[in-house]
Design a binder for this molecule. Structure first.
Ligand code: BG6
Length: 517
């Protein structure tokens, strides 16, 4: 290491030793505490937060679900789940600490009775654990319950804040099924709660690599000057999955890939990539800039939906060496299903920075490799010096933000292949998170839960952002509904999606960048 590297390593290790302040004392009340999200994501995230010193000592959890369970059974279940999903050897001291502060209520979310009981129940826990009257309600429920649960909570006064206490609600996705239902849900929530109390979660914003898009763009002086239409040819955003619909067929078949991934996760990736620098890192300053980008995305006309979008559904095939069944043969999926499991689109952002720079996006299940990345492709160099080199062998510069499973950033550029003639080859300069910062177990929910406990809404979606995302998607949903697909299934499991997705870029003289394992 040279002196600069040693100095950098010291700074990094100093930063890593500063975890931030613990969340406020509070009770976390989970609606849907017996479900998958709670055990796979929320419980391990709470464990990791406690381990990092980011949970207040005065903290308690109340689980609510319709499954009959006593407090003790709930404690035993969560202790077991911590062991199963924490991703490392569990510290028995921490597991015991959680067991002492967990409570459970068996109830249907739509029963009036529940809310009458919940208020005194929370009141007692609040006293016993000195949580200062601070409660947050995590709605890990089916979306139909989001509005009614918050209305009922407000009805018994559980959303009322005073000078000394706060009340917040975290709403999971999907936030609406289209623009109208998202607007209706916002209206319902905002009738009984304040925007500052509503935390619309998108777990993509909990990913370190997604948050790093902002750091990369705005903490470095060298990228922002070239981050515009003058230097950038196009942007590709790919969220490729190898998994199928797993056990979620009944939800997924009503949603489809477009609703499931685009108005939320992919819109976040677009807005962070394309936004203007915010004036500060205050929640509303960042979200104002994100919202501006979402509003600047041009909704597609009906003709454009036909020429600029592609949908697909997986047939059977081979994924990572294993046979995979067709979507229509997955559990809880109708045999004639016309739901899309793949979508690709070409979008335009109508502002000075991005005019004429296409943003191509795609997402799909049962693809060849799991990979989420953003490719920024720069304009080609003028060919003056390399007249004899065929144009298609001159690789354009690409900057790739690798979100997952690889986490890092790479820059592709041309270098001279050693030898007596001038031949060019594409080479990569790359940075990997793990090399500098190591890896720590994380579910992606740690930061978001902690932010809710300290009242920071930067990484949560505001009402206008959610609606702007649906404005982009709604015209596509309408055209697709009017013209049901005739050729499904149209891609094999284990491929890179339907051939029309390749053609979408080929027509413009471009190609998707794929990363195999
Ligand atoms: C969820 C979608 O929101 O995100 C799933 O409902 C998808 O269908 C998942 O698989 C992808 O998240 P991640 O963190 O695995 O990229």
């Amino acid at each position: 290491m040279d002196n600069q590297e040693i100095a950098q390593a010291e700074v990094l290790s100093h930063i890593q030793r500063q975890p931030g302040r613990p969340g406020d004392p509070c009770v976390m009340c989970i609606f849907g505490a017996a479900g998958d999200l709670t055990k796979r994501k929320l419980v391990p995230a709470l464990y990791n937060l406690r381990k990092a010193g980011l949970l207040a000592n005065d903290f308690a959890i109340v689980g609510i679900a319709h499954n009959p369970m006593s407090n003790d059974e709930f404690r035993a279940k969560i202790s077991q789940e911590i062991k199963q999903y924490a991703g490392e050897e569990v510290d028995p001291g921490i597991a015991g600490w959680f067991a002492e502060r967990m409570y459970y209520l068996t109830a249907e979310f739509d029963s009036k009775d529940l809310y009458g009981k919940l208020k005194p129940f929370l009141g007692k826990i609040d006293k016993d654990h000195s949580t200062h009257g601070n409660y947050f309600f995590y709605l890990a429920t089916a979306p139909d319950f989001f509005g009614p649960v918050v209305e009922q909570l407000a009805g018994v006064g559980l959303m009322e804040e005073n000078n000394h206490s706060w009340r917040r609600v975290i709403v999971e996705k999907p936030f609406g099924r289209d623009l109208d239902s998202a607007k209706a849900l916002n209206k319902k929530l905002l009738r009984v709660a304040n925007e500052k109390q509503i935390y619309r979660i998108d777990h993509y914003l909990g990913k370190e690599t997604v948050q790093n898009i902002l750091a990369f763009r705005f903490a470095n002086g060298i990228f922002e000057p070239i981050w515009n239409r003058r230097y950038i040819d196009h942007v590709q955003i790919s969220v490729c999955e190898t998994v199928g619909v797993e056990q979620r067929g009944s939800y997924y078949d009503k949603a489809g890939a477009l609703r499931d991934m685009v108005p939320n996760h992919i819109m976040q990736l677009i807005s962070l990539t394309a936004m203007e620098p915010p004036v500060s890192f205050q929640a509303d300053a960042v979200r104002d800039e994100q919202a501006k980008i979402l509003h600047a995305i041009q909704p597609l006309s009906s003709e454009e939906v036909l020429s600029r979008t592609v949908r697909g559904q997986y047939g059977d095939g081979n994924v990572e060496g294993h046979h995979a069944v067709a979507y229509r043969n997955e559990p809880d999926v109708p045999h004639e299903s016309r739901t899309e499991t793949f979508v690709a689109m070409k979008l335009a952002i109508d502002n000075w920075r991005w005019a004429d720079v296409p943003f191509y996006l795609r997402t799909g299940k049962r693809l060849s490799a799991q990979n989420t990345h953003i490719v920024i492709q720069f304009r080609r160099a003028p060919f003056v010096l390399f007249r004899d080199t065929p144009v298609n062998t001159l690789m354009p510069n690409q900057l790739v933000l690798h979100i997952q499973p690889e986490e890092g950033i790479s820059l592709q550029f041309a270098a001279k292949v050693p030898g007596s003639v001038m031949h060019l080859g594409a080479v990569d300069m790359s940075f990997e998170y793990a090399d500098y910062f190591g890896t720590q177990p994380s579910t992606g929910y740690e930061r978001l839960l902690h932010d809710c406990m300290i009242g920071d809404q930067t990484l949560f979606q505001r009402a206008d952002m959610v609606e702007a995302g649906w404005c982009v998607v709604s015209p596509v949903l309408d055209v697709w509904k009017a013209l049901p697909p005739r050729n499904f299934p149209n891609y094999a499991s284990g491929s890179w999606g339907p051939k029309e997705a390749e053609e979408l870029l080929e027509r413009d003289g471009r190609r998707w960048r794929n990363f195999e394992k």
